[in-house]
Design a protein around this ligand. Structure first.
Ligand code: ADP
Ligand code: ADP
Length: 222
């Protein structure tokens, strides 16, 4: 599904990602784990096309997408702040992603409502973001990224702003949704427990390098 081959990404003199290679299978949830500043976000941003790698190649479903602009990469990225448009309702926020894909208005509403139902905030469709709790806002943002049915969903610490209880329940829900929809995901976190809970496979980063890859059971847990 996703192949990252020998990718190096620099910010000026700083090598943030150093010769990283990884593959993610169709329907797999791959977690990138490592301390703050080790380059996890930069890997995601490079896959998404927001950073240009100095070297290396990225392909999705066998097509080399290196150099393509972000909207031509068949992937969708979710950042930790889950920004919603404040003046749009939950439903309109979710439908917006489909508008960008040229889906007509009636179908947009229908699919947006389905996605909200899926993450169990369907009854909040007409609410504005500031009428929702933090957890509900995150669900709306998740619905928005799921509804465009991306080949690949990239998640950058999506639950890090939640309190522990909500974070743990969202982890279980997210895993459940991922299994049901068979969405391929790359999930970035610095939280080891979260990575071990979610991952089908796990990559551990340190100082720009991918130092270990394996099943959660085989990756050294220290
Ligand atoms: P992580 O996601 O693991 O916290 P990042 O990919 O955000 O790591 O950052 C990796 C390194 O690159 C850090 O040293 C960070 O300060 C640096 N960095 C990240 N983004 C930029 C940027 N836009 N400009 C310059 N340096 C950056
Ligand atoms: P994360 O590591 O979770 O991505 P950061 O706070 O490191 O969060 O980064 C937030 C934003 O700031 C990102 O867009 C990142 O590219 C940018 N950034 C991070 N470090 C630097 C840096 N040293 N110089 C410039 N921009 C940076």
């Amino acid at each position: 599904m996703l192949e990252v081959e020998g990718v190096t990404t620099r910010y000026g003199e700083l090598t943030a990602v150093d010769d990283v290679s990884l593959t993610v299978a169709d329907g797999e949830l791959f977690c990138l784990l490592g301390p703050s500043g080790c380059g996890k976000s930069t890997v995601l941003r490079t896959i998404a096309g927001f950073e240009e790698p100095a070297s290396g190649d990225i392909s999705i479903r066998g097509t080399d997408i290196t150099g393509r602009p972000p909207h031509q990469r068949d992937c969708s990225i979710v950042f930790q702040d889950w920004a919603l448009f404040p003046h749009k309702t939950a439903l309109e926020n979710v439908a917006f992603g489909l508008k960008m894909q040229g889906v007509d208005a009636a179908e947009r509403r229908e699919r947006a409502q389905e996605a909200l139902d899926l993450v169990e905030v369907g009854s909040q469709a007409e609410a504005a973001p500031d009428e929702l709790s933090g957890g509900q806002r995150q669900r709306v943002a998740l619905a928005r990224s799921l509804t465009v049915d991306p080949d690949l969903l990239l998640l950058d610490e999506p639950l890090s702003n939640l309190d522990r209880r909500l974070r743990e329940s969202m982890q279980i829900e997210l895993k459940d949704i991922q299994r049901r929809l068979e969405t391929t995901m790359v999930y970035v976190t610095h939280d080891q427990n979260e990575a071990f809970t979610l991952a089908d496979r796990l990559g551990v980063m340190n100082d720009g390098e991918l130092v270990q890859v394996g099943d959660p059971g085989t990756v050294y847990d220290d």
